[in-house]
Design a protein around this ligand. Sequence first.
Ligand code: N01
Length: 496
Amino acid sequence: MTQVPRRTVDVLIIGSGFGGLGAAIRLAKDGREDFLVVERGSEVGGTWRDNTYPGAACDVPSHLYSYSFELNPNWSRSFSPQAEIQEYLRATAVKYGVLDRHLFDTEVTQARWDEADRHWLVDTTNGTFRARVLVGAIGALCEPSLPDVKGLSSFRGEIFHSARWNHAANLAGKRVALIGTGASAIQIGPAIVDRVAHLDVYQRTAPWIMPRHDRAYPAAEKFAYQHVPLLQRAAREAIYWGRESFVLGFALQPKILLAAQRIARRNIARGISDPALRERVTPQFQIGCKRILISNDWYPMLAREDVTLVTDGIAEVRENAIVTASGETREVDAIIVATGFHVTDSPTYERIVGAGGRTLADVWDEQGQQAYKGATVAGFPNLFFVIGPNTGLGHSSMVYMIESHINYLSSALAEMDRRGLATVEVRDEEQRRYNDRLQKQMRRTIWTTGGCASWYLDKHGNNTTLWPGFTFAFRRMTRRFDVGAYRVSARAASSP
Ligand code: N01
């Protein structure tokens, strides 16, 4: 039975990470008062709230990985640690006064479009809400993915996912298995290796890892940023353009790719002297095809006596051991599962029900995950994503993409008001044309041609995750809401 709506809001935002929080602040700045952010966690922060594993830090320089309207001259180092980023988000939420628009500890269980009412009905664990516009700011890296390994649930020791770190677990003196060698694992391993008795690293695919050029900002530099904000803007610009030139190279230029591979091979040689081990950690695909990782201490860690690199796969997990594909039984006290996230198959998509009663999961299962400009989806009126399909970056700051989408949302709401529109729904043909063009461009990039399987690809083999071009082109494309690409309906004369 449908619950009676408890409250109507103009805009309901799901999620309060960098995306949802940024959207809330923008709506408030635009003078909108009638919006609500529904967040399943107990505070803002999203992925930066959830990923508290030892060693968690940003791998994009913080001067770029922060809101353009809230530069922070006090970042402690180039790649800030998680706690500092989380504190930045907390302080930003307080400063812009949007916390009282948040409903924390509240999970959306279903959001369905009510055709007759032309509103979204959003069921949550704290009642049902009615909203004119729904904003999905759920992020791509929020639903931990566990490996489908026989016996995983029978393990008797500590076992947890990297994004759900169990701080009560004492790893000191324990035999620990780390499954995965992605961005999370390569930060975790070096951060815990000194305190565990032995570390087994389960590597399925060796990643490309470049040197990490991190440094603490000296007091004088911070002082300069505090007192001359232009300097910080200049530093930010320099990082931005450095990263943009990267995209040209990595996506398109084989020579630059080879040069990068040479640097990454030198990184292996610097950290590992044993030729056999070097060989085992050398990737078999072109650099850039998967996310390029950065670390100075991963390879030296793998070379340690108390670390074993296991590459022959996991056949089974038992009460106190992992059995490898070659039949070796390796006893462990704890397992850290750093196996990534449900990116193209997020369970949230099953909960969003559009016009005609079809879920986003159904629609995307059939056609592949796609949206118009990464923001709107045909069949889902008045739904806007903040970083939806094909908006991810392998090279630069997601906050830049987030702010682009927030511009689009803000402009759409203004346009709806100006024209007195009740609904906007992107036309199928516009969405199709946009995605055909995008996928054509994608096919020329290393992410498609590099010979790897990655979480960028969906089950159809299409890269529905990354933005294949320059980020400034994305910014330009989302600057203004292009109402011409949408089917619209006007408000009834009597509606508010
Ligand atoms: O996850 P991943 P992540 N048996 O999916 C392996 C962001 N991030 O959490 O390569 C054995 O990249 C899998 O192996 P393979 C960043 O965008 C940012 O590390 O698929 N292994 C891989 O090695 C990043 O890309 C920061 O063969 C299995 C690993 O698990 C994204 O988050 C820090 C397996 C998963 O790697 C995700 O990174 C951390 C199995 N059954 C993360 N299944 C910053 O610094 C999977 N694997 C900002």
